[in-house]
Write a protein that binds this ligand. Structure first.
Ligand code: RP5
Length: 166
């Protein structure tokens, strides 16, 4: 099995169903992925150990997903200069707004690129990670261009169908 180029970390196994589309998207593009449960609060030593060795292990980008007081992406970013994409997980009493603020409002010097709450954000996290890997992978870049083209064609077709039905 090829060494993973992308890591997806989540703060709780309970987050997994909300992240499945991220995993599916990365798998569809054929890029090796590792998926792990680790928590900035509950297993801080594991987060640090994984993150500090990630680059040497061939990881090119880390996705860090957490809900509520979501510190995972920030803590990960504190321990690596790999690009870190934070995914605020929807849920809890505040529906993910707490996770969004916790993830996006990083102090200057420790960046986390943060996607939106919900389905679109989860998909964009996968695509953004793939686009980072594509900087050094021409075949992946071509697949991403094809994806964009087909996505646009689907919108044009939907518009044509709408016009025909009016
Ligand atoms: C966060 O707290 C996790 O990412 C999860 O979204 C939330 C609640 O975790 P559980 O209590 O469901 O394990 O750290």
């Amino acid at each position: 099995m090829a060494a993973p180029k992308i890591a997806l970390l989540m703060g709780s196994k309970n987050d997994l169903p909300k992240l499945q589309s991220c995993i599916d998207t990365i798998n569809e593009f054929g890029i090796p992925l590792t998926v792990r449960v680790m928590s900035a609060h509950r297993t801080p030593a594991q987060v640090m150990e994984f993150t500090e060795t990630a680059a040497d292990n061939g990881i090119q980008v880390i996705l860090a997903a957490a809900g509520m007081a979501a510190h995972l992406a920030g803590v990960v970013s504190a321990h690596t200069i790999l690009p870190v994409i934070g995914i605020p997980v929807e849920g809890g009493p505040l529906k993910g707004l707490d996770a969004l603020y916790s993830t996006v409002q990083m102090p200057g010097g420790i960046p986390v690129g943060t996607v939106g709450i919900g389905k679109g954000g989860v998909k964009n996290a996968a695509l953004l990670a793939l686009q980072i890997v594509a900087l050094s992978d021409k075949s992946l870049a071509e697949k991403l261009r094809t994806f964009r083209k087909e996505q646009g064609e689907a919108v044009i077709k939907a518009d044509e169908e709408l016009q025909a039905s009016l």
